[in-house]
Design a protein around this ligand. Structure first.
Ligand SMILES: C[S@@+](CC[C@H](N)C(=O)[O-])C[C@H]1O[C@@H](n2cnc3c(N)ncnc32)[C@H](O)[C@@H]1O
Ligand code: SF4
Length: 384
């Protein structure tokens, strides 16, 4: 007889969404909106704390292992506002001793004193959105900063006391050659970030690029960029550990690793998503009111919805996360996170192993190189 495994409550993280930017980039489909002249940061901090109050019952005594301020452009907020928010959060949910607190920052918003003040608040990691260092590419992407400002941002981050920072770069940009893309990577590597997120540009519905598509590199060039870029990053000590994430040893993004290992997270702020478990093993997805003006409207609720995942959905939901990781995960994590026996996966697992997409290792769940290249096809086998 198959024993029902014991479900364990996973670690708990907090995502905080800040939905404003200086202006909207033409490729971006995130819930971000051009900020008017007066950023309602005090009202927004009040709303975030009230939103967190309505989520507190999900913590079950767990400390926060990481906090991520994402956006939008959280670096538009003053250190005073973020300080009040962090204090309010810690009063409600204690922080783990080694908590990682990351803030997304745009190089066009860097001021030395502001970043030093962020560091003093306990924010100990920055994620700087560079995208490219080339003037012509930055212009095509509608960015508010130039390449020099991006280089200066990394210097300022270090001077402000951030020894742990990520640079976001994109490739497959309009008219980008292999040399252009490698040039961007070389400049990024020269800043010695601890982490590099290297995304291939995708053209998303509801963006300016979708309606006026730019000329993007051919598939052959995209393939060459991917291969040569990965080799260059590896040569400089950046190990790929996820589809788009590269890190120096011991510097993987702990907040993101929690997503990719199907950990729990509270999501507060306009449009923020959460994933939460109960001690009896029920797992839900939650989402908040999307538009900032509605989120800030006292007549409206913060929660816009919540859905308990069915047993049939859990294998796909678990694997869509862990199989993004280059090394996948220990097979036993499946039972710990979902409360389901590993046998639940057996049939589909055998099929994808047979097709060479999953490693034939009973102790791990990890996609082969083939499986990583065709992850969507692999995941189809685990659909309800
Ligand atoms: C939510 S954005 C926040 C970063 C910050 N607002 C900035 O842009 O400086 C996170 C990252 O997603 C990436 N990104 C956004 N839109 C993308 C797209 N259409 N294709 C690929 N990557 C994208 C960018 O690298 C961006 O830095
Ligand atoms: S600054 Fe970042 S979040 Fe804002 S529109 Fe541009 S890519 Fe999107």
């Amino acid at each position: 007889m198959i024993q029902k495994p014991v479900f364990q409550l996973p670690p708990l993280a907090l995502y905080v969404h800040i939905p404003w930017c200086v202006r909207k980039c033409p490729y971006c489909d995130f819930n971000s909106h051009a900020a008017g002249p007066n950023l309602p940061e005090e009202a927004y901090v009040d709303a975030l704390l009230a939103d967190l109050d309505s989520d507190l019952q999900h913590a079950y005594g767990r400390p926060l292992t990481s906090i991520f301020f994402g956006g939008g452009t959280p670096s538009l907020f003053s250190a005073k506002a973020l300080g009040r928010l962090l204090e309010g959060v810690e009063r409600r949910i204690p922080f783990a001793g080694d908590i990682e607190i990351t803030l997304e920052a745009n190089p066009g918003t860097f001021e030395q004193e502001k970043f030093a003040a962020y560091r003093r608040l306990g924010i100990n990691r920055l994620s700087i959105g560079v995208q490219s260092f080339q003037a012509e590419k930055l212009k095509a992407l509608g960015r508010i900063h130039d390449g020099d400002e991006a280089v200066r941002a990394a210097d300022m981050a270090r001077a402000a006391g951030f020894d742990n920072f990520n640079l976001d770069l994109m490739h497959g940009l309009p008219d980008q050659s292999l040399e252009d893309a490698l040039g961007d990577l070389r400049i990024a590597i020269a800043q010695a970030p601890t982490h590099l997120s290297w995304y291939q540009l995708t053209v998303e519905p509801n963006t300016v690029f979708w309606n006026q598509p730019p000329v993007l590199p051919e598939d052959d060039t995209l393939w060459d960029i991917q291969e040569a870029g990965q080799a260059l990053l590896a040569e400089h000590g950046y190990a790929q550990y996820e589809v788009s994430a590269y890190a120096q040893p011991e510097r993987m993004a702990r907040h993101n690793l929690n997503y990719w290992t199907f950990g729990d997270f509270l999501g507060i702020g306009a449009g923020a998503h959460g994933k939460l478990s109960t001690p009896d093993g029920s797992i839900s997805r939650t989402w908040k009111t999307r538009l900032p003006k509605d989120y800030l409207d006292p007549a409206k609720q913060y929660s816009a919805g919540e859905r308990v995942l069915t047993v049939d959905e859990l294998p796909f939901e678990f694997l869509i996360n862990v199989l993004r990781l280059s090394d996948g995960c220990a097979a036993e994590l499946f039972s710990q996170r979902t409360g389901l026996p590993l046998e639940h996966l057996a049939e589909a697992r055998a099929q994808v192993e047979q097709r060479g997409m999953l490693h034939k290792d009973p102790t791990r769940l990890a996609a082969t190189r083939e499986g990583q290249l065709f992850l969507n096809d692999l995941l189809q086998y685990f659909l309800p």
